[in-house]
Design a protein around this ligand. Structure first.
Ligand SMILES: Nc1nc2c(c(=O)[nH]1)N[C@@H](CNc1ccc(C(=O)N[C@@H](CCC(=O)N[C@@H](CCC(=O)N[C@@H](CCC(=O)O)C(=O)O)C(=O)O)C(=O)O)cc1)CN2
Ligand code: MET
Ligand SMILES: [Zn+2]
Length: 771
């Protein structure tokens, strides 16, 4: 076989192995770092990634995969799609505008010259990137939008790598996906802006070519969605326009699924290469091979960019050999997608179970796996034989391991009957009982669960982990924080209280650490949005609950007050979706196992006297398959799992759930089917637009539409929240409405939370007196 197999990387984590980007950003925002220092750190991180990939023998190294905050926002800024309301911050410079779009502006930030910038502006909306836990900023456009090439980030970063002697393939989010991920404030169709947008891409491509780029990678993940004919035509139109003689060669990258019916149009596009995801959609290989032109470069996404399991190299080699032969040896092998969705380096994990560690591969290990594949496929199998065998052995050990399989869990699962997923009474009958028991006012106020995770709380936890403070001292510190939060909530006049979640590092990891079958990492950070990262736990085996997880904290908090304090759990679907799941059993099976564990917890909370229990499912919508044909199956088991977790309580016990960043229209019937008594949702950034799904479907249970954006440091005045509540009243019945923020307050500071919640309580009072 010829030696023309290339290893390509579509993108690496940009956060740094030790979260350097987070600390630099937060340092900059708090004024501890200058702009120059932030930018220098960013350049250092880019250089480090390029050098790493070079060392690992990667042939096609990406540039412009870096972002200070988000790559969709980068593209919006590059094409000059800065909404008018940010005019007032423009004087602060490009970076101030960029961060104002990302995070909103309080109007009190000061630039280096101590000018303040107006009265505050709300950030762009943020939403889920496909079915991941990464969030992007939604570009805000309007009909007739003018675009202008306003930045040169892709060119600058290409040249930066070049100056280091490293040739790269710049990555651009493609024009059709860019528009499909955007929204027009006037409700018009963003895709109608394609003719206006394309000239900028043409110009950008020409500049990249001029700078020396031979290839670009154009990401069009929307090609794995169900598309309308019109949208397929948009692809033909767009790529027809991009393929000018002044443009670099185009590697069209698709990921997160198969091309399905879109393959027909993709195969006609005038591009020079196509990247396909063969992890999510292994079956598309034959169709792709049939459709793609012989002279096109095929990029085979064979290493899982979305999960952390080590690959079966021997099997992959077997599968790839005929493909490589068929393509005369000219192929690229790559991760299925950008590696931003997995942690960087497994080597940093010194505390993982030794067996488990041999079953895993993080971003750098995945690149190494590609190195082995390349060698084996290029006729150097002997050189890498040992490493292929090691992978095979690890996989066999994993299959047989007693750590993975539990008889008891399997037996319990086999006994689940339909009766376990039904409440004893219907909603309206439960409602009467709950009202009588709880005695809440109309438009009850509450929060979503977490209060600020202040640096002090995190420091205390870190010190406890390192053994620098005793467990007893750590716990009494947390008790003091919880008690202070309860007192403060009573004072400000909230109706349903929360304990504040001070004891939790993260809403998924905290539970993962207490469940069997789950492992957690020390450094396995993955970007969730901006400077906020998570360490998704790894589900490696059958899941069960050795002991109650939250009951002591719930009991303690409830003992401090006569007002109801909500029990607070993370739901089974979210526990699955925000973890790295097993790849040896269906996701559904693991989800049911988690649901059973949570069911016990819900019942234990009820027995401990907790009358309201919230089971968060913010990832229910995100778990929805990207192809509509698969929705029904997923929703059926997802809803069933939620009910399995929550239906074991008496009618008097009120079950809440919470969801954020979701397009609820798609799943409104499933939400109704969850049969939760109350749901809180994120609606403020979209100014209650997201509520339409509930009103137009005559959703029949209680709803708390979020009245303030918790992702912005901005404190909204009571009037603003009153207005939003008035809007909510237009679509909902007054008895349905609860008053709460969009989401938990863990990322905010108390200085923001106190006035914001005081204003929120005030807005609820006004609403009560107005009816
Ligand atoms: N898993 C998950 N996904 C989610 C959400 C979520 O809450 N969890 N919320 C939505 C939005 N996404 C979010 C993701 C992360 C955070 C967030 O706050 N992340 C924290 C980390 C949370 C955490 O794990 N904290 C740990 C570790 C904190 C830490 O960095 N400790 C220092 C030491 C602390 C010190 O000395 O100052 C260290 O380890 O070095 C803890 O509190 O124990 C952050 O990036 O800062 C918020 C929202 C959607 N997806
Ligand atoms: C991302 S949803 C967060 C829900 C959780 N109870 C919290 O308040 O933080
Ligand atoms: Zn939330």
């Amino acid at each position: 076989m010829s030696g023309n197999i290339k290893i390509a990387a579509l993108g690496l984590p940009r956060i740094g192995a030790r979260r350097e980007l987070k600390f630099a950003l937060e340092g900059f925002w708090s004024g501890k770092l200058t702009e120059a220092e932030l930018l220098a750190k960013a350049a250092e991180l880019r250089a480090e990634n390029w050098r790493r990939l070079q060392r690992l023998g990667v042939d096609v190294i990406p540039s412009n995969d870096f972002s200070l905050y988000d790559h969709v926002l980068d593209m919006a800024v590059t094409v000059g799609a800065v909404p008018e309301r940010f005019e007032q911050v423009k004087a602060g410079g490009v970076l101030a505008t960029y961060f104002a779009m990302a995070r909103g502006s309080t109007g009190t930030e000061r630039d280096a010259c101590e000018h303040s910038h107006g009265d505050g502006v709300a950030a762009l909306e943020m939403t889920k990137w496909f079915d991941t836990n990464y969030h992007y900023m939604v570009p805000e456009l309007h009909a007739g939008q003018a675009f202008a090439l306003a930045g040169e980030k892709p060119v600058a970063e290409y040249l930066e790598a070049r100056a280091l002697g490293i040739e790269t393939r710049p990555v651009l989010l493609g024009p059709v996906s860019f528009l499909k991920l955007s929204k027009c404030v006037d409700g018009s169709d963003p895709l109608a802006l394609l003719p206006r947008l394309l000239p900028l891409y043409v110009e950008l491509l020409a500049r990249l070519r001029e700078a020396g780029a031979e290839w670009v990678q154009i990401d069009e993940p929307c090609l794995v969605l169900d598309l309308q004919e019109r949208e397929r035509e948009a692809y033909a139109f767009a790529f027809g326009a991009l393929a000018t003689k002044d443009a670099p060669k185009i590697m069209l990258a698709t990921y997160f699924g198969g091309l399905g019916e879109n393959l027909a149009v993709v195969s006609t596009l005038p591009v020079h290469g196509l990247h396909v995801d063969l992890v999510r959609a292994p079956d598309q290989l034959d169709a792709v091979l049939d459709a793609i032109r012989p002279e096109s470069v095929l990029s085979l996404g064979v290493i899982d960019g979305r999960n952390v399991w080590r690959a079966d190299l021997a099997r992959l080699i077997e599968r790839l050999e005929p493909v490589v032969r068929g393509r005369q040896g000219v192929v690229q092998i790559a991760p299925s997608c950008s590696l931003i969705h997995v942690p960087i380096d497994l080597e940093l994990e010194t505390e993982l179970d030794v067996d488990l560690k041999t079953w895993l591969a993080f971003a750098l290990q995945k690149i190494e796996e590609l190195g082995v594949l390349k060698a084996a496929l290029s006729g150097e199998a002997a050189r890498v034989g040992e490493r292929i065998e090691a992978a095979t052995h690890a996989l066999e050990a994993r299959r047989r391991s007693a750590k993975v399989h539990s008889q008891a869990v399997a037996a319990r699962l086999a006994q689940v009957r339909a009766g376990l997923t039904r409440r004893s009474l219907d909603f309206q009958s439960r409602r009467k009982l709950q009202n009588a028991a709880l005695g809440l006012p109309s438009f009850p106020t509450t929060t979503i669960g977490s209060f600020p995770q202040t640096p002090e709380v995190r420091k205390a936890r870190a010190a406890h982990r390192r053994g620098e403070i005793q467990t007893a001292d750590y716990l009494s510190y947390l008790r003091r924080e919880t008690e202070a939060a309860i007192r403060w909530q009573e004072e400000v006049g909230l109706d349903v209280l929360v304990h504040g979640e001070f004891e939790r590092n993260d809403m998924v990891q905290y539970f993962g650490e207490q469940l069997s079958g789950y492992a957690f990492t020390s450094h396995g950070w993955v970007q969730s949005y901006g400077s906020r990262y998570v360490r998704p736990p790894v589900i490696f085996g059958d899941v069960s609950r050795p002991e109650p997880m939250t009951v002591d904290w719930a009991k303690f908090a409830q003992s401090l007050t006569d007002k109801p304090v909500k029990g607070m759990l993370t739901g089974p679907v979210t526990m699955l979706q925000w973890s790295f799941p097993r790849d040896d059993v269906p996701r559904e099976t693991t989800c049911r196992q988690i649901a059973l564990a949570l069911r016990d917890e819900v019942q234990d909370l009820e027995a401990a006297g907790i009358s309201i229990i919230q089971v968060d499912e913010p990832a229910l919508r995100e778990g929805l398959p990207l192809k509509q044909g698969e929705w029904h199956d997923y929703l059926e088991w997802a809803v069933d799992c939620f009910r399995l977790a929550t239906c074991g309580v008496a009618a008097e016990t009120q079950i809440h759930t919470h969801m954020c960043y979701a397009e609820f229209n798609d799943i409104i019937e499933a939400i109704e089917a969850l049969d939760a008594d109350v749901i809180s949702i994120e609606t403020s950034r979209s100014r209650m637009e997201l509520l339409d799904a509930f009103s137009s479907h005559a959703y029949g249970k209680d709803i708390g539409p979020g009245v303030f954006d918790i992702h912005s440091p901005r404190v909204p005045p009571a009037e603003e929240m009153s207005e939003l509540l008035q809007k909510a009243k237009d679509g909902l019945k007054p008895w349905q409405i609860w008053v709460n923020p969009d989401c938990g307050l863990k990322t905010r500071a108390w200085e923001e939370v106190r006035p914001a919640l005081a204003n929120m309580v005030e807005a609820a009072r006004r609403l009560r007196s107005s009816v």
